[in-house]
Design a protein around this ligand. Structure first.
Ligand SMILES: [Fe+2]
Length: 134
């Protein structure tokens, strides 16, 4: 389950990196690069969490990056990114039910909360930045 989340966060970082490269609006690009850094940090923490608890971290990238790249418009990609964050929040909550107590449980709880907050805030921010560009 942690490896699934790890692969997904990696895919998110790749998708955001590609998307940021195609966006011309400076503020939106910076926002996307900030989100990419956040995904990359999550992937690093998950890797450490898996390793420190006796597991072997996956070195794969989830299929999500390719699904985002296959979409035509920036707006569609941003919408799919947002649904991806929601999916990760849901998976982190599912994993919580199986997680041993700290530190894995605490980490997953924080990760689920962060993703829930990012879905709400990210959507509003993307709409604002897309409109500011017109
Ligand atoms: Fe994420």
């Amino acid at each position: 389950m942690l490896n699934l989340l790890l692969e997904s966060e990696r895919a998110g970082a790749v998708a955001l990196e590609q998307l940021a490269g195609e966006v011309e609006a400076e503020k939106l690009r910076r926002f996307l690069l900030g989100a990419r850094d956040e995904e990359a940090r999550n992937a690093q923490s998950l890797e450490a969490l898996i390793r420190d608890n006796g597991g072997t971290p996956s070195d794969k990238v989830g299929p999500f990056a390719a699904r985002v790249a296959a979409l035509e418009s920036v707006r569609d990609r941003l919408n799919l990114m947002s649904r991806g964050q929601e999916w990760v929040a849901r998976k982190a909550e599912e994993a919580l039910a199986l997680a041993p107590p700290d530190p894995i449980h605490d980490y997953l709880q924080a990760m689920a909360n962060r993703h829930r907050a990012e879905v709400e805030w990210g959507r509003a921010e993307v709409i604002r930045l897309l409109n500011a560009d017109k």
